[in-house]
Design a protein around this ligand. Structure first.
Ligand code: 5GP
Ligand code: MG
Ligand code: MG
Length: 179
């Protein structure tokens, strides 16, 4: 079914049920991989807020949650290298096992920037979990990317936290742009 968001048309790409199943699997993997430690999950706002909320409920080991806010898209559908830092972590990650939770890795520039920044704080380990990955758009190799929900084509998506012009974050399914 076609959905209009602001001035663009979208259609469903990944259903809420598919997301739910995948989030359960990733949560179980994280619980197993970090069972000998208490990881700090770092949510990257705004786009990952629904993913984090659902994922953390599937993590069955003790963990902490903290947030950072970065903006790398300014309302359009093409990537820009500009990254604005809005909110920093409020936890000291030195010596901690850190898992960054992202909505989407597109060019990889935002993830690369954040990984470099957090590595300066000397965490014991640093890994990345992203709900979505656009392999064809990736400009940087990201060795830290250990968990990926879905690999998608190089197309613009909204829903489940992701926005188009700040709209569509509330949708339960993920939609791709049509036309
Ligand atoms: P990157 O730095 O990897 O190019 O892009 C990272 C950020 O760009 C994401 O966290 C997200 O905010 C935004 N972004 C990239 N691709 C998409 C997309 O298809 N849809 C939406 N809504 N945002 C995207
Ligand atoms: Mg993001
Ligand atoms: Mg955005």
């Amino acid at each position: 079914m076609k959905k209009q968001i602001a001035d663009l048309g979208f259609e469903v790409l990944i259903t809420a049920q598919q997301i739910e199943e995948r989030v359960k699997t990733i949560g179980a993997q994280i619980s197993e991989d970090f069972k000998d430690t208490v990881p700090v999950l770092v949510g990257v706002l705004n786009g990952s807020f629904l993913f984090i909320a659902d994922l953390i409920k599937q993590v069955s080991i003790p963990c902490e949650i903290n947030f950072t806010k970065l903006a790398s898209y300014y309302g359009g559908t093409t990537s820009t290298l500009k990254i604005r830092e809005d909110i920093d972590l409020t936890v000291d990650i030195k010596g901690r096992d850190v898992l960054i939770i992202e909505d989407i890795v597109d060019t990889g520039n935002t993830a690369h920037y954040l990984i470099e920044k957090l590595n300066l704080r000397e965490p014991a380990s640093l890994k990345l979990c992203s709900l979505l990955l656009k392999p064809a758009a990736l400009q940087k190799k990201i060795d830290e990317l250990k968990y990926v929900g879905f690999e998608i084509e190089n197309e613009f998506v909204v829903g489940y936290g992701l926005d188009y012009k700040e709209m569509g974050r509330n949708l339960s399914d993920i939609y791709k742009k049509v036309g």
